[in-house]
Design a protein around this ligand. Structure first.
Ligand code: R5P
Length: 296
């Protein structure tokens, strides 16, 4: 108990300096509450307004895919270079040290495998588990136009309701069926539905034509999904184009962990996303770090 007799008279009121009222840096997020904004600010770098998410959740429907056979050996060294890591609770608890201060985006939908219809997902993690694991966002797959479109949208809206209650953002992950037309019209539809129904940010694929119309017509941040492995310079070009055309960062998996030098690739991706580096310069950086790591 402080001694009441010794309280000094308060005098530093700075009455001539009005208290600052700052807007929140992320698109469409200014009306959210403090906790949810704070979590978003641990995913998106407040300086650049963008994020490099490292996606390693593929095992939840496809098992130990190439590059993810040993997450302890191949992925943990990459974590310091990511702004956030997207994974399942199984990998989080079994492999990621709880001493990490890195923000976590938890995959919370699931229930199907590559052997069956993928759109038939359910909510696979309770909100209590997300709170217990101290995650910064929850990722739900949404299959617009898919066989189980309605159920997947309901999964997302349930997570949005629960997330808003406890201050945890929901990331809608737009999944595109093999037979679907991957045009701007489809992506505008898919991301807008997710945003209108409450997703706090949305992951979607880059398209060569009119991607800027997808980002412009989406009222919340979009992060670009990496997709299947392509040559490093092409992947850096895709990330560059996406952020220059309005994406608030990337959520990349295979193009990082299946690269010849994952640790070089993630740093090159960072240069493109956070420093607006050109793909060519970022590719030079990739080669420099790759050669250094190989001791050349
Ligand atoms: C896929 O369903 C997973 O959510 C991945 O996180 C996502 O596909 C991103 O990984 P990649 O860049 O390998 O496509």
């Amino acid at each position: 108990m402080p001694d009441v007799d010794e309280i000094k008279e308060a005098k530093k009121f700075y009455s001539d300096i009005p208290q600052k009222t700052e807007g929140f840096f992320l698109k469409g997020s200014n009306s959210l509450d403090w906790g949810i904004k704070n979590r978003l600010a641990r995913i998106f770098n407040p300086k650049s307004g963008r994020t490099v998410m490292l996606a390693i959740d593929h095992g939840y429907f496809q098992g130990p895919t190439t590059g993810l056979e040993r997450i302890d050996i191949n992925i943990l060294p990459l974590v310091p270079y990511a702004d956030t890591v997207m994974l399942t609770r199984g990998i989080l608890r079994s492999i990621v040290p709880p001493t990490t201060t890195k923000s976590i985006v938890l995959r919370v939908s699931g229930g199907t495998s590559i052997l069956k219809e993928l759109s038939n997902e359910d909510i696979a993690v309770n909100i209590e588990e997300s709170i217990r694991l101290n995650v910064c966002a929850m990722a739900v797959q949404v299959f617009i136009g898919g066989e189980h479109e309605r159920e997947s949208i309901k999964n997302m809206t349930r997570m949005v309701d629960m997330g808003m209650r406890y201050g945890i953002p929901t990331l809608a992950v737009t999944a595109v069926g093999k037979d679907m037309n991957r045009g701007a019209r489809y992506f505008r539809l898919a991301v807008r539905i997710c945003a209108e129904l409450g997703a706090n940010y949305i992951k979607t694929y880059y398209i060569e034509k009119d991607f800027e119309t997808v980002t412009a017509s989406c009222p919340v941040p979009i992060v670009m999904a990496g997709g299947k492995k392509i040559p490093e310079l092409d992947a850096l070009t895709m990330a560059y184009n996406a952020v220059q055309q309005g994406a608030s960062g990337v959520d990349m998996g295979r193009n990082i962990f299946q690269s010849e030098s994952p640790v070089a690739m993630i740093q090159a991706v960072r240069a493109v996303v956070h420093d607006n580096e050109t793909p060519e310069k970022a590719f030079d950086l990739y080669n420099t770090i790759k050669n250094q790591s190989a001791g050349l």
